[in-house]
Design a protein around this ligand. Structure first.
Ligand code: GLN
Ligand code: ZN
Length: 757
């Protein structure tokens, strides 16, 4: 019999009850025992749901109090010294200390989970003496069995992936660390086997990235050791997010099952299975239902895929499952009441994906006829969206094809630079900010009143103008050279544009976990994206009318909008990016026509869309650059294009950043202590650079001297004529007082630097 399974279920709950419980506990509004009870209810509820829907192999231990990598570190007693941990089970206060920091100790670093928008806590191995402090998977297994009669499938992070994602050790110590960790894994798995556990899912997503010969050797050692020590236990070695590297070696590892992603990297995985075969003594976990996208599957297409796989591995050795954990999609479409019917009908969040998996499994076991009516219904739903007029805008498709046929470019930078110098007559080291000013409680309140209809359009507009007035005056008084209007009308840099462009939809409850209790509700790009009316001209023009200094217009770039949204999967990401670029270009042109001569197009999220496979990266960067140029290249030479990027490692993509051909790029510099400048220097970057001279993530007011030092350091190696001075990022999360004080110091530091250079 074919079995059904998923790799993990979202933790947050349909009403984000998980998030609410965590935050209440942190705020001291919930006792520890009540908190534990609430989380148990949530956890059991999720298991019950899977059981009721008919999932055979239900994952346990996928649930977490914050993050599964943090859980793994805590389970092995890997706690940084600064948290005064003395061994044994890790208390909740130490656990959350690592995640969020305490009064005495800074939090552990957080970073992106592969190419998703989920962030995990990076384990710090230095100084740790690992020990199995508690068998969390075993507890989860027992709980599911005792409370719900569920024969759970414990999920754990594999040793190689865990090590590769950790820091605080030298590559040469990798094997020494494996020697320390492996016995703990053996101990944990032995206890599971003794308890009667049938299947354990060991996640090794690292296997879809580049793996060396040495790593393959390590895998043989790891899984050979486990196999010898715990022979009765079935291990399903799970990969996801891309096709597995070294397929032949991986499928020969001494485990009982291999899980592959047949959605992301699916073509390559399927080709490998066909070319090299799949071992006849192993089970194939076939990840055919997309764990990351939000679209309803065509059951017909998926069925032919699983039938093909069943032919390659025999039906009794097949598990139909999600391509990855469902952590990355919202919980249920059931509560959405405001979407277009053809859109709603074509969505599948976690709960709907359970149904798809169960249906496919049923078809394999009982014959296609068993789900004939569902196949038909799904086909209708998928088709309805595909044929929606919103997806088939001839005007958009033609225009985008026409503009993207060429290579958009401006005059060479050197020539533009002269034209811009002549027009703007700015001092050396011009000062500016990144766009947003503090969104006070008053600003948020006003927006709410307006959204609820309690404030008229005119009332709200007048309020926004007042804010702009205040901040234009403040910026002039502080002595900033290039001003901004402050972005008071925007909650979020993607949502704001999505709400004004055609082709976007917004769910009511489509939240997904980003990190810890923080959830995001990404917009849905479901149709052809199109410009409908000017989006930012009104406020920018108003701001410009209040000052003689230049006001910089402020837009979010095509790649950032795309990477922070759920996107349609019937056309390529490249095409979506060009549609966005075409729409945003019209906004750029509208701003220029309204007399705005400096326009910033923010692209903080370019780096995070980088494909996992090296072979795919160059093309992604090439069309991302092109999308940026499509957005910005039609302006006059005098018009100055700015861009901004933050929290990102640039060293391997300076070439692409340069190719974007923005007149000025502002970057985060202060947190990396000037390291970034170095990479710009090494690559002899020739365009304007705005130096982020202070970290906006802290309420601390930076001193003049520390900023002067930062500027001096940069100017020792770089040309002062191409330098701008600005904070690290937007200031919307800061308070007014500290912002004004910091900017005053920034301007003073700039004066000092100007006198020197
Ligand atoms: N212009 C945006 C702001 O100032 C940029 C935000 C960002 O880089 N994340 O808020
Ligand atoms: Zn930023």
């Amino acid at each position: 019999m074919v079995k059904s399974s998923i790799l993990g279920y979202p933790r947050i709950g349909a009403d984000r009850e998980w998030k609410k419980a965590l935050e209440a506990f942190w705020a001291g509004k919930l006792e520890e025992s009540a908190f534990e009870n609430q989380l148990q209810d949530i956890r059991l509820n999720h298991l019950r749901k899977q059981k009721e829907r008919g999932i055979d192999l239900i994952p346990v231990n996928d649930f977490s109090y914050y993050d599964h990598i943090l859980d793994t570190a805590a389970m092995f007693g890997i706690v940084p010294k600064r948290f005064a941990y003395e061994g044994g089970a890790v208390s909740l206060s130490v656990y959350y200390g690592m995640a969020r920091g305490t009064k005495e100790a800074t939090a552990s670093e957080m970073t992106k989970w592969f190419n998703t928008n989920y962030h995990y806590i990076v384990p710090e191995l230095d100084g740790a003496t690992p020990a199995l402090t508690e068998n969390k998977p075993l507890n989860a297994y027992r709980e599911a069995k005792e409370k719900l009669g569920i024969e759970g499938k414990p999920v754990i992070v594999g040793p190689l992936t865990f090590l590769k994602l950790s820091k605080g050790y030298d590559a040469s110590e990798t094997d020494a660390w494996l020697d320390r960790l492996l016995p703990l894994y053996v101990q944990l798995l032995t206890e599971l086997a003794e308890e009667g556990v049938q299947w354990v899912q060991i996640d090794e997503p690292i296997l879809v990235t580049k793996v060396s010969e040495a790593d393959i050797e390590r895998l043989r050692n790891i899984y050979g050791t486990i196999n010898k020590a715990v022979p009765g236990l079935n291990i399903l070695l799970q990969t996801y997010f891309e096709s597995v590297e070294s397929y032949e070696a991986v499928v020969q590892l001494p485990v009982q099952g291999i899980g592959l992603d047949f959605v992301h990297g699916g073509t390559a995985n399927l080709a490998a299975v066909k070319q090299f075969g799949f071992p006849s003594d192993k089970v194939l976990g076939a990840g055919v239902i997309d764990g990351r996208g939000i679209w309803k599957a065509s059951l017909r297409e998926k069925l032919s895929l699983v039938q093909e796989l069943a032919g390659l591995v025999s039906a009794d050795r097949l598990i139909v499952q999600s391509s990855s954990s469902l952590l990355h999609v919202p919980v249920t479409v059931g509560k959405e009441t405001k979407l277009l019917p053809e859109l709603r009908g074509a969505l599948a969040f976690a709960d709907e994906k359970l149904e798809e998996i169960v249906l496919l499994t049923k078809a394999l076991n009982a014959g296609e006829e068993a789900i004939a009516s569902e196949i038909e219904q799904y086909e209708k739903d998928v088709l309805a969206l595909r044929e929606s007029s919103q997806r088939n805008r001839g005007d958009v498709k033609q225009a985008v094809a026409a503009i993207s046929a060429g290579e958009p470019s401006r005059l060479p930078f050197e020539e533009r630079h002269i034209a811009q110098q002549n027009k703007w007559q700015l001092p050396i080291l011009p000062t500016t900010t990144i766009g947003s000013f503090p969104q006070s409680a008053e600003v948020r309140k006003a927006r709410q009143l307006w959204r609820k209809g309690e404030w008229s359009e005119a009332q709200y507009e007048a309020f926004i103008q007042e804010q702009i007035d205040i901040w234009i005056k403040l910026q002039e008084e502080i002595g900033i050279d290039v001003l901004v209007h402050g972005e008071f009308e925007r909650t979020d840099m993607v949502e704001f544009f999505g709400e004004k462009l055609a082709g976007f939809a917004f769910t009511q409850f489509g939240w997904v976990q980003s990190y810890g209790s923080r959830c995001v509700k990404p917009p849905v790009i479901f149709g052809d994206v199109a410009f409908e009316q000017a989006m930012t001209v009104e406020e920018t023009k108003y701001a410009q009318s209040k000052t003689n200094r230049p006001v910089k217009g402020m837009l979010t770039g095509p790649i950032t909008i795309m990477n922070w949204s759920f996107v349609r999967d019937d056309i390529t990401r490249e095409q979506i990016a060009y549609q966005l670029a075409y729409a945003l270009r019209q906004e750029v042109e509208a701003l220029e026509q309204a007399g705005i001569g400096m326009i910033q197009v923010d692209e903080p999220a370019v780096r995070e869309g980088l494909p996992l496979k090296e072979a795919d990266q160059a093309s992604y960067l090439a069309w991302s650059v092109k999308a940026f140029r499509l957005t910005t290249a039609t302006v006059q030479p005098e018009t100055q294009i700015h861009t901004h990027m933050c929290y990102c490692e640039f060293h391997d993509m300076i070439g692409s950043i340069e190719a974007m051909d923005a007149d000025v790029i502002s970057i985060e510099t202060s947190r990396s202590h000037g390291e970034l400048i170095h990479s710009f220097e090494e690559n002899t970057y020739k365009l304007g650079i705005g130096l982020g001279v202070y970290d906006i993530h802290s309420p601390r007011v930076p001193g003049v001297e520390e900023m002067t030092n930062m500027i001096d350091r940069a100017l020792r190696v770089l040309d002062p004529k191409l330098f701008w001075i600005n904070p690290d990022c937007g200031l919307k999360t800061r308070g007014q007082e500290e912002t004004v004080a910091s900017l005053r110091n920034m301007v003073e530091a700039t004066q000092i630097a100007r006198n020197k250079h």
